[in-house]
Design a binder for this molecule. Structure first.
Ligand code: RB5
Length: 147
């Protein structure tokens, strides 16, 4: 599975930690930046970079981290084909994929600790869309909005 990760300064440190967690999984990981810690950077630049890679189907799943996760989630969901969710509990992190085909996980580095974030990422990356008729039907209603 191909995964892309990105973060602004609010999420930079957690991104570096999560890269180590993900390196222990069967995943090909791309870092869409920021590649350096820069207090002046802006979350949309990295949220959109990750979202575009998902939209272009160059990766299967994305992870975006900012301070709260909110800005990253708002920005990513503007990009066609992206279904980003802000999840700080493991139930949502896997159920969002299983029922809603969530393809970007957003995290707030100022909200969750590193160990919890690692568990969230593992739950998310290991989850698969159920493919059940009711989930496909609901997803199609969302996809219809994109035209
Ligand atoms: C950056 O300080 C912070 O505003 C940003 O990372 C994020 O929390 C926005 O949602």
């Amino acid at each position: 599975m191909k995964v892309v990760i990105g973060a602004d300064h609010g999420g930079f440190e957690l991104k570096e930690y999560l890269k180590k967690v993900i390196s222990g999984m069967d995943v090909e990981l791309t870092d869409a930046g920021n590649l350096v810690y820069d207090t002046k950077d802006d979350y949309p630049d990295f949220a959109i970079a990750v979202a575009k890679i998902i939209s272009e189907k160059k990766a299967d799943k994305g992870i975006i981290i900012c301070g709260s996760g909110v800005g990253a989630c708002i920005a990513a969901n503007k990009v066609k084909g992206v279904r980003a969710g802000l999840c700080h509990d493991t139930y949502s992190a896997h159920q969002g994929v299983e029922h809603d085909d969530m393809n970007v996980l957003c995290l707030g580095a100022r909200v969750v600790g590193t160990e919890v974030a690692g568990e969230l990422v593992k739950s998310y990356l290991l989850a698969k869309f159920s493919g059940e008729e009711r989930h496909k039907r609901r997803l199609q209603k969302v996809l219809d909005l994109e035209g």
